[in-house]
Design a protein around this ligand. Structure first.
Ligand SMILES: *[C@@H]1O[C@H](CO)[C@@H](O)[C@H](O)[C@H]1NC(C)=O
Ligand SMILES: *[C@@H]1O[C@H](CO)[C@@H](O)[C@H](O)[C@H]1NC(C)=O
Ligand SMILES: *[C@@H]1O[C@H](CO)[C@@H](O)[C@H](O)[C@H]1NC(C)=O
Ligand SMILES: *[C@@H]1O[C@H](CO)[C@@H](O)[C@H](O)[C@H]1NC(C)=O
Ligand SMILES: *[C@@H]1O[C@H](CO)[C@@H](O)[C@H](O)[C@H]1NC(C)=O
Ligand SMILES: *[C@@H]1O[C@H](CO)[C@@H](O)[C@H](O)[C@H]1NC(C)=O
Ligand SMILES: *[C@@H]1O[C@H](CO)[C@@H](O)[C@H](O)[C@H]1NC(C)=O
Ligand SMILES: *[C@@H]1O[C@H](CO)[C@@H](O)[C@H](O)[C@H]1NC(C)=O
Length: 623
C-alpha cells in the first residue's frame, strides 16, 4: 500500500515542481462555489443548462435572480410574472443567448389556461423578432362569429393572429408564437393550433454574456454575488473573483498573504502536497495516460503548453470563434505566426474523459480530411486543445441559414458540396480503416466539419470518439452518444443491431441529406417535426422519379450530383446497420456513375427519437 502510494506520489512531485504555487493552491482548495456551479442542470431532453440559470443541483449563487429553474416531470420550467414557461431549447452558441420557451398552461391544450397575458420582465428577457402575438378569446357571446374556433368543455375558444377591439368575450389572452406558425394558421395550412403554441417562441436573455464568456475562458464558472457591484462573480478553482480567474480581485491581498504564508512554511506545503496527491492521484494518472499516448502515438508537432502560454496566444481569450457543450473556442496565434483555434474545456465532466478521448484519438491521425492537433494544455482544471485554424469555420453555417430561409443556401455550389461530401467520406473511411486501431467518431454532424480556405472539409471534435483494437470484438459502451438527429437507431436500442462503424455511416447519411436539402432534417422551430422530415419527402420524390425541386440546380451536372448524393444518403440511413454501406463503398458510390446506383429500400421513416434512451451499460460488438 505504501509502495503504491509512493509510486503514485512520484509523478505528482515531478509535475508539482513544474507548477507554480498558485496552481497547487487551486489543486488543494477546491472552492465550493466553483464545484457547485460547475455542475450543469440536466432535465429531460434539455441538457447543459448553466449560468444565468440555477435551481435543482445548482445553488442560487450559480445564476441570476429571476432565472430559477425547476425540473418538473422531466421538463425545465421557470416562472415569470405569474406565468410558468417550459424551456424547449437553449442556445448559448452565439453572442446573444436565447431560449426557446412555451407557456406551460397552454402545453398540449388551449382549453385550460390561466387567464393571464404573456408579459415579459424585460430586465430578464426580450423577444426575438420572429414572433407574432396570437390572441385567444374565451367565453364569448354565443352569437359571435370569429374565424377560428375550437370547442372546449366549458365553452369555445376563438383564436386570431391579431387582437380585435370589438368583441365582448370574458377573457382575452395573448400568447406569442413563431411568425411562421402564425402565417401557416392564417393561410389555413395548420389546423392544429396546439402545434403552433407548443412550438413556442424565442427569448433573448438580458444578461452580460461577454462578462461570463471571459470568466469561462479563464477557467472559472459564472455566478452571482450581491456584494460585488455588478452582481456578478467569477468562481474559480481557488476562490471567487470579481471578473476573471486571473483578473482584478479585491481579494488580491488575501492571496498575497497566503503566498507569503506558504513561503514561510514550506513544510506545510509538503504536507498539503501529500494530502492533495492522495485525492488527486486519479486525475494525475489520467494526465500520465495523455502524456504517454502523445509520446508513443502522437505526431511530433503536438506540443504541451502552459496555461499562461495559452492565455498569451489567445490574447487573453479576446476573440471567440464558437461555443459548444464542452466550453468555448478562441482564435489565437502561435509564436511562429501560425493561426490556431484554441478549444478551452471549461465544463469539468467526470475525470476529463472527453479530453483524454480527444487527445488520444486525434493524435493518432494524420489525414488531409481530419483537423490537426498542434498542441494542448493540461493543468488541473484548465484544459485546452490547440488546433490548426480553419478560416471558413464550420460547414453548418454554410448549409443552414436559419435567419433567412429564403436565402439561397447553396452559394457554395454543387461541385463544392460534392467535394466536401467526398472529403468527409474519405476522412471517415480513414478513421474506420486504421491499421492496429480503428476510431469511431460517434458525433458526425455539420457543426463538427470544419472548412479551410479552399473549402477542404476536416473532421473535428473527437470528444465522443471511441478507439477500438482492430481485432477487438466486444467493447463496453456507456449509454448512447451523439447528437439528436444524427444518432443511429442501434445506439438507442440494440434491437436494431450492433453498434459499429456503421453507426458513423448513419450520421454521415443524415448529414449528407442535410447538405443536399440545405435544411435540418429535424427542425423543431417549425410545426410538427415529422411532417418536414426531409429524407422522407425526398425518398417519395426519388421513388416516383419526380423533379427533386432542389435549390440552385442549374445544369444537368448539378442534377446528377444531387441525385447521387441523395441516393447515397438514403443508403447510409438504412435502419438495419448491415444494409448500410461501409465508408469505402460510400466513396466508391460518390465517385462512380449515378446510373450504377440502385434506389435503396425505404428506410424506417419517422422522426428518430430525440434523446438517448436510458444510459445503462450495454455491451456492443465491433465487427
Ligand atoms: C449545490 O448547492 C445546492 C444548494 O446548496 C445543493 O442542493 C446541491 O446539491 C449542490 N450541488 C452540487 C453538485 O454540489
Ligand atoms: C424582474 O426581475 C427582476 C430580477 O429578478 C426583479 O427584481 C423584478 O422585481 C422583476 N420585475 C417584475 C415586474 O416582476
Ligand atoms: C443558435 O442561434 C443561432 C443564431 O440565432 C443559430 O444560427 C443557431 O442555429 C442556433 N442554434 C441552435 C442549436 O438552435
Ligand atoms: C391581455 O391584453 C389585452 C390587450 O392589451 C387586454 O385587452 C386583455 O384584457 C388582457 N388580458 C388579460 C387576461 O389580462
Ligand atoms: C405582443 O404583446 C405584448 C404584450 O402582451 C406586447 O408587449 C408586444 O409589443 C406585442 N408584440 C407585437 C409584435 O404585437
Ligand atoms: C372534457 O370532459 C371529458 C369528460 O367530462 C373529459 O374526459 C375530457 O378530458 C375533457 N376535455 C377537455 C379538453 O378538458
Ligand atoms: C359589447 O357590450 C357592450 C356593453 O355591454 C355593448 O354596448 C356592445 O354593443 C357590445 N359589442 C358587441 C360587438 O357585442
Ligand atoms: C461575495 O464575494 C466576496 C468577495 O469576493 C466574498 O467574500 C463573499 O464570500 C462572496 N459571497 C457569496 C455569497 O458568494
Amino acid at each position: 500500500m505504501q509502495f503504491l502510494l509512493l509510486q503514485s506520489l512520484f509523478p505528482f512531485l515531478l509535475i508539482a515542481s513544474f507548477l507554480s504555487i498558485n496552481v497547487e493552491l487551486s489543486l488543494c482548495q477546491n472552492d465550493q462555489q466553483f464545484t457547485n456551479c460547475s455542475s450543469e442542470l440536466n432535465c429531460g431532453s434539455v441538457g447543459g443548462i448553466s449560468y444565468p440559470f440555477w435551481g435543482e443541483n445548482r445553488a442560487s449563487y450559480c445564476g441570476q435572480p429571476g432565472f430559477e429553474i425547476q425540473c418538473l416531470d422531466n421538463v425545465p420550467v421557470f416562472n415569470m410574472k405569474g406565468v410558468s414557461y417550459r424551456i424547449l431549447q437553449m442556445n448559448t452558441t452565439t453572442n446573444s443567448w436565447t431560449v426557446k420557451v412555451a407557456r406551460n398552461d397552454y402545453w398540449g391544450s388551449i382549453c385550460n389556461p390561466t387567464f393571464v397575458n404573456t408579459t415579459l420582465n424585460f430586465s430578464l428577457f426580450d423577444y426575438v423578432s420572429t414572433y407574432t402575438n396570437m390572441t385567444f378569446y374565451y367565453q364569448c357571446p354565443t352569437t359571435i362569429t370569429l374565424p377560428n374556433i375550437q370547442s372546449c368543455n366549458t365553452s369555445s375558444v376563438f383564436y386570431l393572429t391579431r387582437s380585435m377591439t370589438s368583441v365582448n368575450c370574458t377573457y382575452e389572452v395573448i400568447v406569442p408564437v413563431y411568425t411562421t406558425a402564425a402565417l401557416a394558421i392564417e393561410a389555413g395550412q395548420t389546423t392544429r393550433i396546439t402545434d403552433a403554441v407548443d412550438g413556442g417562441f424565442s427569448l433573448q436573455l438580458q444578461i452580460d454574456n461577454d462578462q461570463c464568456d471571459k470568466c469561462l475562458g479563464s477557467g472559472g464558472q459564472c455566478g452571482f454575488n450581491t456584494s460585488t457591484n455588478s452582481g456578478f462573480s467569477c468562481f474559480c478553482a481557488d476562490q471567487a473573483y470579481a471578473s476573471t480567474c486571473y483578473g482584478t480581485s479585491n481579494s488580491r491581498d488575501k492571496q498575497l498573504k497566503l503566498k507569503l504564508g506558504l513561503v514561510g512554511a514550506a513544510f506545510v506545503v509538503v504536507v498539503l502536497v501529500v494530502v492533495c496527491c492522495f485525492f488527486w492521484n486519479k486525475r494525475i494518472q489520467k494526465h500520465q495516460i495523455v502524456e504517454a499516448f502523445l509520446r508513443s502515438h502522437g505526431p511530433l508537432e503536438v506540443q504541451r503548453h502552459s496555461y499562461s502560454e495559452v492565455k498569451k496566444m489567445t490574447n487573453s481569450f479576446k476573440e471567440k470563434l464558437g461555443q459548444g457543450g464542452y466550453g468555448a473556442v478562441y482564435k489565437g496565434k502561435l509564436k511562429d505566426g501560425r493561426l490556431v483555434a484554441v478549444k478551452v474545456l471549461t465544463k469539468l465532466k467526470g475525470d476529463g474523459e472527453e479530453f483524454i478521448n480527444e487527445v488520444a484519438a486525434i493524435s493518432r491521425t494524420s489525414h488531409v480530411n481530419i483537423v490537426s492537433l498542434l498542441g494542448y494544455c493540461f493543468e488541473c482544471s484548465k484544459r485546452a486543445l490547440i488546433y490548426e485554424f480553419m478560416p471558413n469555420g464550420s460547414l453548418e453555417k454554410f448549409i443552414f441559414n436559419a435567419s433567412n430561409p429564403k436565402n439561397d443556401h447553396h452559394h457554395l455550389g454543387w461541385e463544392t458540396l460534392d467535394q466536401i461530401s467526398l472529403g468527409i467520406a474519405r476522412g471517415l473511411e480513414y478513421l474506420h480503416r486504421g491499421c492496429n486501431t480503428r476510431i469511431l467518431h460517434f458525433d458526425i454532424k455539420p457543426h463538427n466539419i470544419l472548412l479551410n480556405e479552399k473549402f477542404t472539409p476536416k473532421i473535428s471534435d473527437f470528444g465522443l470518439a471511441k478507439i477500438c483494437n482492430r481485432n477487438e470484438s466486444i467493447v463496453s459502451m456507456l449509454g448512447a452518444r451523439g447528437t439528436a438527429g444524427y444518432i443511429a437507431p442501434e445506439l438507442f436500442s440494440r434491437n436494431f443491431g450492433k453498434v459499429s462503424h456503421k453507426s458513423d455511416v448513419y450520421s454521415y447519411g443524415m448529414m449528407l441529406s442535410e447538405i443536399v436539402g440545405g435544411r435540418r432534417n429535424i427542425d423543431t422551430e417549425v410545426e410538427n417535426t415529422s411532417e418536414i422530415y426531409f429524407p422522407h419527402w425526398i425518398y417519395q420524390r426519388l421513388k416516383r422519379d419526380e423533379e427533386l425541386g432542389l435549390q440552385s440546380v442549374t445544369n444537368e451536372e448539378d442534377k446528377v450530383r444531387a441525385r447521387k448524393m441523395i441516393i447515397v444518403s438514403l443508403w447510409c440511413i438504412q435502419t438495419d446497420p448491415s444494409n448500410r454501406p461501409a465508408m469505402k463503398e460510400v466513396i466508391d458510390m460518390l465517385e462512380g456513375s449515378v446510373d450504377s446506383l440502385q434506389i435503396p429500400p425505404k428506410p424506417y421513416l419517422s422522426s428518430p427519437p430525440k434523446s438517448p434512451a436510458d444510459s445503462s451499460t450495454t455491451l456492443v460488438s465491433i465487427q
